[in-house]
Design a protein. Structure first.
Ligand SMILES: NC(=O)C1=CN([C@@H]2O[C@H](COP(=O)(O)OP(=O)(O)OC[C@H]3O[C@@H](n4cnc5c(N)ncnc54)[C@H](OP(=O)(O)O)[C@@H]3O)[C@@H](O)[C@H]2O)C=CC1
Ligand SMILES: O=C(O)C(=O)CO
Length: 310
């Protein structure tokens, strides 16, 4: 009897001719090395380039990877004649808020992929840690004359998406009275400790508010700051400014109004705001950690694999 062995045939995976990592994406070294499996040539940059530099970097790239800090405009896409794939090492919500001209790229048959949910736990840990420090006066600032517990405070969340929901859950465990406002009401998440309020009511009711909106979603203008009033705390970890700058500046002039920003949110603030006594502006990105880097690297690579295997 002849013995036959099974032969498995794995078709060779497609490869890009050239991948260019156009700026500092914070992907880890082993993942950057692994990119060599997916292209004949890989070029990696670790800086914040000007648009002219980006243009020359992408000229002969079939795939590029970019962080949220660098603009990939229509002009840059036009300069990349061989481009088939744009991998964003950051979230991709929509064309309007993205640093990549997503619609323009897609019209030219260029695939654009973002990553999601890679830096969320740190945001919640930042918000809770900073607010506790401010309430108790554990750090440089103390909100009121007497130290206060977070437990029992009226806390508002604006934007009940991924990070907003995680924050609500964590605050629930700390016995905080949590209210939320979001574009879409979510009865399935409401309970005795998480209640929905219209924006105006939320601003009047809550003493502490944390904003969790897509990049550059401006919700707070003069009228909203009036409703929010004095003796309040406003936290922002969203990208871009979720408020009208002038109205925010006026609100900050009131004593005992405090605001807390992480490093990502601070990047959009002028020095005149950052240097105020009642502005707590961290240099660190709330969501960044070793675990975030691993998730980011893994998800960027997985998107490339999925594209090439299609
Ligand atoms: N600083 C950091 O380290 C990090 C920052 N981020 C940033 O945090 C922000 C939130 O992220 P994430 O929670 O993942 O985002 P999601 O998209 O999951 O949630 C955003 C929420 O805001 C709601 N929303 C959108 N537009 C409006 C509007 N006009 N009015 C009211 N609600 C609105 C959404 O809609 P709906 O109510 O319909 O569901 C959704 O619930 C983003 O800016 C992100 O870039 C994220 C991770 C790390
Ligand atoms: O990718 C995002 O949305 C970020 O918040 C980058 O820090």
């Amino acid at each position: 009897m002849s013995c036959s062995s099974s032969v498995f045939y794995f078709p060779a995976m497609r490869k890009f001719k050239k991948i260019v990592v156009v700026d500092e994406t914070k992907m880890n070294t082993s993942t950057l090395e692994e990119l060599n499996k997916y292209a004949n040539e890989v070029e990696v940059y670790h800086d914040e380039p000007t648009s002219e530099e980006v243009k020359s970097r992408v000229e002969d790239a079939e795939a590029i990877i970019v962080s949220w800090r660098t603009q990939i405009s229509e002009e840059i896409i036009d300069a990349a004649k061989d481009l088939k794939y744009i991998g964003m090492a950051c979230s991709l919500y929509d064309d309007e808020s993205a640093n990549v001209a997503v619609n323009y790229a897609q019209e030219r048959n260029i695939e654009v992929n973002g990553i999601f949910d890679y830096g969320d736990p740190g945001v919640i840990e930042f918000v809770i840690s900073e607010v506790i420090q401010l309430l108790h006066g554990f750090g440089e600032h103390q909100w009121q004359e007497q130290p206060l517990e977070l437990s029992g405070q009226k806390f508002g969340i604006i934007g009940l998406g991924t990070t907003g929901k995680l924050l609500a859950k964590a605050l629930e465990a700390l016995n905080v009275e949590v209210y939320y406002f979001s574009r879409t009401r979510k009865p399935e998440f409401e309970n005795a400790k998480l209640k929905y309020l219209e924006l105006g009511e939320l601003l009047k009711t809550c003493d502490i508010i944390s904003i969790h909106l897509p990049k550059n979603t401006v919700l707070l203008k003069e009228n909203e700051f009036k409703q929010f009033g004095d003796n309040k705390v406003l936290i922002n970890t969203s990208l871009g400014l979720p408020f009208e700058e002038k109205s925010f500046q006026n609100w900050l002039k009131v004593r005992n109004n405090y605001t807390i920003f992480d490093g990502d949110a601070t990047a959009y603030l002028p020095e005149s705001i950052i240097n105020r006594e009642n502005v707590i502006a961290s240099q660190k990105s709330a969501g960044w950690s070793q675990q975030t880097q691993e998730r980011l690297s893994f998800k960027v690579l997985q998107n490339i694999q999925n594209f090439l295997e299609r």
